[in-house]
Design a protein. Structure first.
Length: 254
């Protein structure tokens, strides 16, 4: 099922205040109220939605700085909301913390595969929730800074780390935050092989405590997407069988 986020007047959305706005999408009132209370007392602006469709309307009214998203929702599932978010250029950069009641590793990693920045399994500590939200917002702020910064180059690939901008042959690439961090990790260690566990920890900034099979599936899928966006030079991301990946630029001085 394809779900579109309405884009009418998206560009005319009210300018965000300096206080980060967090949208909490949770259909259990007690949990939603607890999360809202904890985040509000920490100084965040908080809005809650109780269903998938309601969440998309709230995102349309004002794009949040962070989405705290439960997977099990009425109307539209959290996975469908996340998919809609990542398909729209105007919202694909919104960081997402996924909440899930499922404990199996397969389910815990699904949100990361779909583009979420982190996950938290219920029941969770309110303090841990706050710390994870702060960490995600900090990484997002560092990634979206407009000032110039360190420049990484590999052949026709140019990355301005401070401006969070990547160009290929002078043309800007539309990378998600995860794809950007994944490419940055490869460019910073150009020519050196990195394991999937290393890349998982670098790109998602989480401790890789999941199984080797799940690491393989998660990282490999994002590498495929990154290769596709790099177009003709995508094959410069080499697969090192049985270990991981490395970036090699033939005949270039990076």
């Amino acid at each position: 099922m394809k779900v579109a986020i309405l884009r009418t007047d998206m560009e005319q959305a009210p300018q965000k205040s300096r206080t980060p706005r967090i949208l909490v999408v949770e259909d259990e009132p007690d949990i939603a109220a607890l999360i809202a209370y904890q985040l509000t007392r920490e100084g965040f602006r908080v809005e809650t939605s109780a269903s998938g469709p309601e969440a998309l309307k709230a995102i349309h009214r004002e794009v949040p700085d962070l989405l705290v998203l439960d997977r099990m929702l009425p109307g539209l599932s959290g996975d469908e909301v996340l998919k809609a978010l990542k398909e729209e250029p105007a919202t694909q950069g919104v960081p997402v913390l996924v909440l899930t009641a499922k404990r199996e590793q397969e389910d815990r990693i699904t949100g990361l595969e779909m583009g979420a920045d982190d996950y938290l399994t219920k029941p969770f500590s309110p303090r841990e929730l706050v710390l994870r939200c702060r960490a995600i917002l900090r990484r997002s702020s560092e990634s979206s800074g407009v000032s110039g910064g360190r420049i990484l180059t590999s052949g026709p690939i140019r990355m301005d780390v401070g401006a969070h901008q990547v160009t290929l042959g002078g043309e800007e690439l539309n990378l998600t935050p995860t794809e950007f961090r994944l490419l940055q990790a490869l460019m910073e260690r150009r020519g050196r092989t990195q394991s999937r566990r290393q890349l998982l920890e670098e790109a998602w900034d989480v401790e890789a405590d999941v199984s080797d099979r799940i690491q393989t599936r998660t990282v490999d899928m994002h590498i495929r997407r990154l290769r596709a966006k790099l177009d003709d030079v995508g094959d410069w991301i080499e697969t090192v069988r049985g270990f991981g990946y490395r970036l090699r630029v033939p005949g270039a001085e990076g």
